[in-house]
Design a protein around this ligand. Sequence first.
Ligand SMILES: C[S@@+](CC[C@H](N)C(=O)[O-])C[C@H]1O[C@@H](n2cnc3c(N)ncnc32)[C@H](O)[C@@H]1O
Length: 487
Amino acid sequence: MIASLESRKRLGQVFTPDEVARTLVRWVVRRKTDRLLDPSCGDGRFLACHAASTGIEVDPGNAALARERVPGASIYRAEFFRWASSTSCRFEAAAGNPPFIRYQHFAGKTRQLALELAEKVGANINGLASSWASFLVVTAGLLKPGGRMAFVVPAEIGHAPYASPVLSFLCSRFQQVRIIAIREKLFPSLSEGAWLLFADGFGSPTDVIELSLLDRFASFTWTDQPTKRVAVSSWRDAGYRLRKFLLPENALVTYQSIASKPGVSRLGEVASTSIGYVSGANEFFHLRPSEVKRYRIPGDFLRIAIRRSRQLPADCVDRQTVKRWISQDEPVMLLDLTDAQELPSELISYLDSERGREVKKGYKCRNRDPWYAIPDVRVPDAFLSYMSGRKPVLVRNDAKCVCTNSVHAVFRKNGMSLRAIQRAWSHPLVDLSCELEGHPLGGGMLKLEPREASNILVPIDGPQFSPSELRILKEAAAEMRGWRNYG
Ligand SMILES: C[S@@+](CC[C@H](N)C(=O)[O-])C[C@H]1O[C@@H](n2cnc3c(N)ncnc32)[C@H](O)[C@@H]1O
């Protein structure tokens, strides 16, 4: 039986190429008698690579396929965390491709049990973690001393804050921890990249994370030398971002030494970055000039808004820009009723229209009082695009516009000149810093959260750079764009 697309997504059902499954099993199985566990075995392709194997699978259709494919294996049609909480089986080896289910969907009793079991094993996985994190930790807890495991993991193990307790846990419990970063997508149908994890010697700690960098998947043996050995302390100093170590050594050293150069600041020291407002019903709260006329809405209740980064010009939003939007009848006029004392009858009619009554029932609106007053409508000094192709843009706000959460709002600190920050923004150091402090979003895009934006290095006070530093910065930025499959 083929599961529906929705149920495949819900259960994180993406199947691993046979060659990858064979390789991961080869990394972890040393003897014929080794018992192998796949905690989310799907149709049994990892189990098929070794005779003494056990698979757990929650989906009845997949469990049946696995039984058919590997009749000699022990296959349990069960939810893994429930099974793990009661089993007394222990394994020499584990391998697989755990479901990558984001925390919003990895919910309820399963998540609660997963987090409890992970804590018992010794890892504090937070509630925002994707499901694979608990799968790895709880599986590790089922290994015999000296045991090994190899898993497909999302590339966000290299940057996601929720992934750092997983890596810390692995280093505290395994003698060898290796991450294999792969530039070319293992799963072309997924927008996110996937890497591999290998951990050996359960029961003893390591203070090094080995990192192998590959352009594409290759079935090397686990004894091959890694490209780099990253001290756990360096990983911690790098903000728990393994992604930074994708850089060639000289570029990383250059970047780190530039961070302490006089005249170089973090964006967070000269400006604060936050998300824009969330209206709860953008189409209703943003009107076109022609609609403003039709509903006779007084100008005092309207603000000009940036609703998407596509709207941003290259350098500055000024009166000319706004004039153009108005003449093109763009839906950029925000109904801002936060400070409204008395509402004119025209506005009351608009809010009380059929559409208004519908909008009022929406989640955001019904949870605020009054339902039409949008909080956090502020006029920032600049806008920062947070999902970008080549590089995020920083655009001055001379026209005193406001912005939705589709772009970031930037407020300068301590009288810092916005033009000076903008000048610095065009420097190759910022290009590289956006790559290292931001993170890939899939599809070649780069995403910058406010906390990541505040870490960006900006050469504000005219620091000097040697030609070789500039060359290294440019090459390194291009290298990192390659790692997120840009262009
Ligand atoms: C990414 S697929 C991998 C399947 C297989 N290991 C492979 O790589 O081809 C993840 C599998 O985990 C199963 N799954 C999801 N949640 C589970 C859970 N809580 N317990 C056991 N299996 C689960 C899904 O049905 C799916 O078959």
